[in-house]
Design a protein around this ligand. Structure first.
Ligand code: FAD
Length: 318
């Protein structure tokens, strides 16, 4: 079922969902199942699975030739989505990224998802490879989420890359896009970034999932700004509890978000790792309660392979 229908059917009651990372290549799917098993009792109507672009290794050949080889560390998004749908009978939402795919490969991936009965995709530009400083589009691929979104929308309308398809046969994906209450780090200012978000919605994005944030006033201001500008699609807050003191440095560095002084000081004052976890969970419980009151349609958790804190939070909120 489409995420927009899940939200509509909930009649204003907030839903719970979460995001999973495919395990590193060579590991089993058990870690995915363990995370889902720990959270299934809270009845998520959908579960997201991230997509990760290839990175590079360099192989030294005899006679000095240095070969650059692209490889994926976390493949498997499509297969994991199929396994989730089959085993748990909930909607799996694959993230689809521009980087690493030609347009033809993107279309093939979307056709596979359609065959699998997947109704929703979250379309993203994707992160830069570690080996590159900035995002480098794949030759023959899409450069921005807007381009990928247009591709999905074309397919939904029967316009595939090299042929037209009967309307009854074509895809009908409900499409989500990313939104940044604290602006995307590459954008020169919030306004420019906001215009591109608006463009994504005008092009037909059905819902927005936000980057994580620790200050609800940022989410509220973002939603209010969207509504004032005629963006009326559901805006799903992305949430991640702090679980270690190190994250005070790593989360702002990786995700370009602020941690409120009150939270960073409370964590800084903790004497043990256990205390840090308790503070992180308590903060997120309060955030969630406020977000529910504010009318957030879904509380969407970035589990990052660790379901325990999400479980503790959801037990106190729902
Ligand atoms: P875009 O919307 O393309 O925006 C990228 C930048 O370009 C922004 O600064 C924007 O202002 C600007 N811009 C947008 N459109 C245009 C345009 N048409 N012309 C010029 N400039 C433009 N990364 C992964 O690799 N895999 C994942 O699974 C993944 N999941 C995510 C889930 C969520 C909810 C979020 C918030 C992020 C996720 N990311 C993921 C990270 C994301 O890929 C990065 O933040 C990336 O840098 C931007 O992606 P985007 O889709 O927001 O890009």
């Amino acid at each position: 079922m489409k995420i927009t229908e899940h939200i509509k059917n909930a009649n204003g009651k907030p839903l719970f969902s979460f995001e999973l990372l495919p395990p590193m290549k060579g590991q089993s799917i058990a870690s995915i199942y363990n995370t889902i098993d720990a959270l299934m009792e809270f009845k998520p109507p959908f579960i997201d699975v991230t997509y990760h672009r290839e990175d590079y290794i360099y192989k030294q050949h005899p006679h000095g030739l240095l070969e650059r080889i692209a490889y994926r560390k976390r493949p498997g998004t499509v297969a994991i989505c199929a396994a989730i749908m089959n085993k748990y009978k909930v909607d799996a939402v694959p993230h689809l990224i521009c980087g690493g795919f030609t347009k033809e490969e993107t279309e093939n991936a979307l056709i596979d998802l359609h065959f699998l009965g997947i109704d929703n995709v979250l379309v993203l530009r994707g992160d830069a490879r570690k080996a590159d400083k900035d995002f480098v589009p794949t030759p023959g691929g899409h450069a921005y989420a807007t381009d990928l979104l247009q591709h999905v929308k074309n397919m939904n309308g029967g316009k595939y890359l090299h042929e037209d398809i009967e309307n009854s046969e074509c895809t009908d994906f409900c499409v989500g896009v990313a939104g940044y209450p604290e602006k995307h780090f590459e954008a020169p200012n919030f306004e420019t970034d906001f215009r591109y978000l608006k463009k994504k919605v005008e092009m037909g994005a059905d819902f927005i999932v936000t980057q994580m944030f620790f200050d609800n006033s940022k989410y509220k201001a973002f939603v209010e700004r969207c509504r004032a500008d005629g963006i009326n699609v559901p805006i799903i807050p992305g949430l991640k509890p702090i679980t270690s003191a190190k994250q005070l440095i790593t989360l702002p560095k990786i995700f370009h978000i602020d941690i409120p002084v009150e939270l960073s000081e409370a964590i800084g004052a903790c004497k043990t790792a256990q205390q840090v976890k308790e503070v992180g969970i308590e903060w997120m419980v309060q955030q969630c309660k406020e977000l529910v009151e504010f009318g957030a349609p879904v509380l969407h958790f970035y589990t990052m392979g660790n379901p325990a804190p999400t479980r503790q939070i959801v037990e106190q909120v729902f």
